[in-house]
Structures are given as structure tokens and as C-alpha cells.
Design a protein around this ligand. Sequence first.
Ligand code: ZN
Ligand code: FE
Length: 255
Amino acid sequence: MAADIRIVPCLTDNFGYLIHDRSSGATASIDAPEAAPLIAALEKEGWKLTDILVTHHHGDHVGGIAELKKKYHCRVVAPHDANAKIADADLRVEEGDVVKVGGLSARVLETPGHTLDHISYVFDDDRALFAADTLFSIGCGRVFEGTYPMMWESLLKLRALPDDYKLYCGHEYTASNVKFALTIEPDNAALQARAKQVEQQRGAGQPTIPVTLGEEKQANVFLRADVPAVAAAIGFAGESAADVFGEIRERKNNS
Ligand code: ZN
Ligand code: FE
């Protein structure tokens, strides 16, 4: 593999990520929740930050940009957005654009719902998906700006990626997501297995990320709104997948 990926815990429960291209020395941060831990991780590795790939405008994803840009003079890549909410952007990208980080390539997928500007980055050569607050392990982001059908379409776009791709998401919410998902699918064997694994990982103080998309497709109830048994479990048999998804998301909001 050409890329080295480091997980950098930030703020209370955000994941910062560094992806480094050994051949060129380029290093990108996926979002910038907080500058200090990212700077510490860069210094520990002896890497220099060349790019920040921003997924959406929320403060816990952009709060470290100004300081990092001042220190490293790095390029800031942000979603195309008519309101240009991310002020520090040097390059604005949209669906289908490819962002180069040295010799690495990231494909941009528009995944609106959590926010309207939300994008995800896919490094196909490295089988890595950075989905920020669209897709969490065993969960998904709250739908703040978009609609449930819009968010469901975004999740379908991510679900269409190959099973061996690894998910790197924006927050360490997995344990609470597992607890909720078990209320809907208590008999899902893949979810039960993930629950055991997450308990061990959290007990050992380890992150629950990354996880393969193949595992998520089996265990993440938010990716399973079109499974008849899931619809039936919430009393929505025969309803549209978007409506089933919306009901599950509502229940999580109220859990
Ligand atoms: Zn967010
Ligand atoms: Fe967030």
C-alpha cells in the first residue's frame, strides 16, 4: 500500500485522520477538528501537512484549519457550496472530482443530508472511505440540513462501494450506536459480533475504526432500511426504504 493512515483522536469524540504518501512525502488531514493533536501526530511521524480535505462546514470538522494553514501553508480543499461557508478553502470540489495528495488520489462523492455541503472522500487505490458525519460505524449522522430521502440516497452511494473498503468516520459513536441498533435487530448475528468486538476495543482503549464496509452492510441498521425484516421490526412493512430509514433515524434521535 502506498498510503499510511493515522487515526488522531480530537476534541471529545472526533476522529482526525492523516493520510501520507510515502513516495512524495505529501500528507493530508481529513478534516481538522483541532490543530494541536494533529500537529503533535505530524511531528511524531516527521510529516509535513500539504493538504486538508474538508468534508463539511461544522465547527468540529473545520476548527483547526486556520491554525494548520498558518503553520504549514497547506492547501484547503472544501465542498463546493453556493454559500461558501468554509472561508479558508483554496479549492472547491464536487461529485466526481479527483483530488491529488502527492501520488494519492481521492474521489469526491457528494453525500448530503447531515449538511447540504457534506462530501466524502474515497481513496480507491488504498481501499479507504472517509465518510465523516454521513456514515458512522453502526450509525449515521443526524439529518440536520437535508431530508431523510436525501440522506438515504447518500448512504446507498456509500453502500455501493466494495466490501473490502475500510470506513474511517468522523466520530467515535460506535458503542452507543450498537446499543441502539440492537433494539431494532437483536438477532442480527453480524451486529452481535460487532457488539462483542466494540466492547473489547473500547475496554482496551482502542478506536473502533476502521471497519470494513462489508461488515457495516451486514451490521449497520441504517444501511439496512431496505431489508424487509428491518421494516417489519419497526412496524413499517411495505413502506419505502427512505421512510423506514427516516423512522429509524427518528428513533435514534429520541433514544
Ligand atoms: Zn457534522
Ligand atoms: Fe461532526
